[in-house]
Design a protein around this ligand. Structure first.
Ligand code: 5GP
Length: 125
């Protein structure tokens, strides 16, 4: 089966600006950054999205968080703050079917959720 872009980056078969890599995780700069610091962190085991995580993945998931903390330290945004996001599925805005966490920072990020203007009147579920 054809590997997607994040599998190719993980395998070293597609170009990316890697900021961290070990046996469990790979982190690289987002090609189209939404903030001065925008880094993607993926598990080296292919997990399609949050919907597919299981207890077997606990080491990967824990190491993603620890890697995010380490990268935040390396980029000197520990004090100023940052955000760690994963998008899941269509409504979540997930474009690439490989679990990934966006580490964004380097500026004030504003409110967490921005809905399109025509969706501002929401009904709480
Ligand atoms: P999603 O919308 O799935 O949560 O985020 C996918 C992210 O991957 C987007 O922010 C997009 O800019 C980034 N992206 C897509 N293709 C590439 C690529 O080829 N290389 C890198 N480094 N990032 C990519």
């Amino acid at each position: 089966m054809e590997r997607n872009i994040f599998e190719k980056i993980r395998d070293g078969d597609a170009e990316a600006s890697i900021v961290y890599k070990d046996e469990y995780v790979t982190a690289f700069h987002d090609i189209n950054p939404d903030a001065p610091i925008h880094i993607l962190i993926i598990p080296n085991r292919k997990i399609t999205s949050m919907n597919e995580i299981s207890e077997e993945d606990n080491v990967y998931l824990a190491l993603i968080l620890l890697t995010a903390k380490k990268i935040a330290q390396d980029f000197n945004i520990t004090e100023s703050g940052y955000r760690l996001i994963t998008n899941c599925g269509k409504d979540g805005g997930q474009e690439i079917d490989y679990l990934h966490f966006h580490l964004v920072g380097g500026t004030h990020l504003g409110k967490m959720i921005s809905l399109p203007k025509n969706k501002k009147n929401i009904n709480i579920m």
